[in-house]
Design a protein around this ligand. Structure first.
Ligand SMILES: [Zn+2]
Length: 238
């Protein structure tokens, strides 16, 4: 019953039966299962990585290594459901697919949504080897994941607390928890090795400390990994 008027038969004067209508309350639609925004000013519990997060990160690292096969920057991601099920995997395929949006996180989120048959990935964790960029942080918010678990931080292009903090912007009504630094050394080493090899194969460019490079010349697509400036232009992702 959608609500409105409902027919009824009542006794009228003299015992006659008369048909009347009585209003029926309009049912209130079930509330959208949106998370309740955190109380302003509340102190968040310190992020805590679990053993399950590390296991998922190991899978993400496997994806990252597989990205090397196509000459892509080694970044990998998995989406894990609340019960530990791996719903989706992805790795950076920007070079492989000639697609500027083919970042590991986006591909993992798409795979997870397809597996779940549901775009809303509530209860899930997005586990990725490198701090998500603006696009991927936005995608994590739109997918309604509960948590973003990341390996290495990306001070130059990260959008989960480094350069921007998209996922915890108080103007949004969904803000995933961020857990950083999970198996960070392994993620950073993978990236460092990739860029070291790539730099050796590319045209010579003088290495200058970033402080000496005019702001206008600092490519947006650079990442600092353990204080080593690495050029990401050939295939940066994250
Ligand atoms: Zn990205």
């Amino acid at each position: 019953m959608r609500g409105g008027l409902c027919g009824a038969v009542l006794s009228g004067p003299g015992g006659m039966l008369v048909a009347v209508t009585v209003p029926v309350p309009v049912p209130v639609p079930a509330p959208d299962p949106e998370p309740v925004p955190a109380v302003a000013g509340a102190v968040a519990r310190p992020p805590f990585a679990t053993a399950a997060d590390e296991a998922a990160m190991a899978l993400a690292l496997d994806e990252a290594r597989a990205a090397l096969e196509t000459g892509d920057v080694p970044v990998g991601a998995v989406v894990v459901a609340a019960d530990g099920t791996v719903l989706g995997r992805g790795r950076n395929r920007r070079e492989a697919d000639a697609d500027p949006t083919a970042h590991a996180e986006v591909l993992a989120l798409r795979a997870a949504a397809a597996a779940a048959g549901e775009w809303r990935l509530a209860g899930c964790s997005l586990v990725v080897t490198l701090e998500p960029c603006l696009m991927c942080a936005g995608a994590a918010v739109l997918a309604r994941v509960d948590r973003v678990v990341l390996g290495a931080w990306d001070p130059k292009a990260g959008a989960c607390g480094s350069q921007w903090d998209v996922v915890r912007d108080r103007r949004l009504n969904h803000r995933p928890e961020v857990v950083g630094g999970v198996l960070e050394a392994a993620s950073a080493e993978l990236l460092r090795a990739f860029f070291d090899a790539h730099r050796g194969a590319g045209p010579e460019e003088p290495d200058r400390p970033v402080d000496e490079v005019p702001v206008d010349e600092v490519p947006v697509d650079e990442v600092l990994v353990d204080e080593v400036l690495v050029d990401r232009r050939p295939g940066g992702a994250g």
